[in-house]
Design a protein around this ligand. Structure first.
Ligand code: AMP
Ligand code: FE
Ligand code: FE
Ligand code: ZN
Length: 281
């Protein structure tokens, strides 16, 4: 069984529609796919219809942007009730703040490069969570840079003078909200220091104490040392381990199924969840 529990569609910063992500998962021979768009579940219905049509199992999920003392933390939620009010309210607040923050970044950029807000709007699908990748795509479309990667390297990285942050909940609170919604919380790429600052292990311990169930240890942004530390920490905290691609379509080099999760772990996720069920073909 091949199981990939972390992917993005055009409902956030992936380049494929939810149905196309499902189609690509079938093409590469995956048996189970999770759709985990940033701060939204707006891709679930389309992905569910495509999964039923293509005969692949779908785990409906989300990747929640969080922040601890200014450091970005990503929390995966699986099989949570998408209508749970407290979580919904928090996600709405984040998405709203992302909108203002993206405008702020474009304002800063527009002093130095020929980029307007309308150029960015042209890159965002209806109902999608806006992120820096959409600004990157607009810069590519305008011929300012050659790729998303180049846009991040030169203009959009965390420490850049053009950077602005957005509201995001504390990760311990986000774990509690996912649990309250009947979902299963797993920290995404916990040690990915190549992306920017990471939180110390005591924050991960606090998330585990709040009911987080697993760590995404096998991820391309982790070095071999980070993977082995993740395996040790998971064992000592009683967390399960997942591996995923963090696929973004053509937006990143990550390939569907490049890391995968053990079927026994998927069973635990299903056992722990009480929000919505996994969709089976
Ligand atoms: P944001 O959610 O707006 O803070 O932007 C973070 C997102 O940007 C991540 O989820 C990644 O998908 C994407 N990202 C970060 N670094 C890069 C990069 N070097 N190249 C392409 N995409 C990136
Ligand atoms: Fe992303
Ligand atoms: Fe992430
Ligand atoms: Zn992701």
């Amino acid at each position: 069984m091949r199981i990939d529990l972390h992917t993005h569609s055009s409902a956030s910063d992936g380049t494929q529609s939810p149905a196309q992500v499902v189609g690509s998962a079938v093409d590469v021979g995956l048996d189970v796919l999770a759709l985990t768009d940033h701060d939204t579940t707006s891709g679930w219905a389309e992905a569910a219809a495509a999964a039923a049509q293509h005969g692949i199992a779908l785990v409906r999920g989300i990747e929640i942007s969080c922040q601890h003392e200014g450091v970005s933390v990503h929390l995966l939620g699986y099989l949570q009730d998408p209508t749970a009010p407290a979580l919904l309210q928090e996600l709405d607040r984040s998405r709203q703040s992302r909108q203002n923050r993206a405008q702020r970044i474009v304002e800063l950029l527009s002093k130095d490069v020929p980029l307007r807000w309308e150029d960015v709007l042209a890159q965002i699908g209806p109902g999608a969570t806006i992120g820096r990748p959409h600004i990157a795509d607009a810069m590519v479309a305008k011929g300012i840079v050659a790729s998303r990667d180049a846009a991040f390297a030169r203009y959009l990285a965390d420490g850049s003078p053009y950077y602005a942050s957005h509201y995001a909940p504390d990760p311990v609170r986000a774990v509690a909200l996912v649990r309250e919604a009947g979902g299963v919380a797993v920290m995404a790429h916990p040690f990915a220091s190549i992306r920017g600052r990471i939180v110390p292990d005591h924050v991960i311990e606090a998330m585990a104490a709040a009911g987080m169930a697993g760590l995404e240890v096998h991820h391309r942004d982790h070095s071999p040392d980070q993977v082995s530390h993740g395996l040790d920490l998971s064992a000592s905290l009683g967390l399960f381990v997942t591996g995923s691609s963090d696929y973004h379509g053509a937006g990143k080099a990550n390939l569907l199924g490049e890391n995968s999760t053990d079927p026994a772990v998927l069973e635990r996720i299903e056992d722990l969840a009480s929000g919505v069920g996994m969709l089976r073909p």
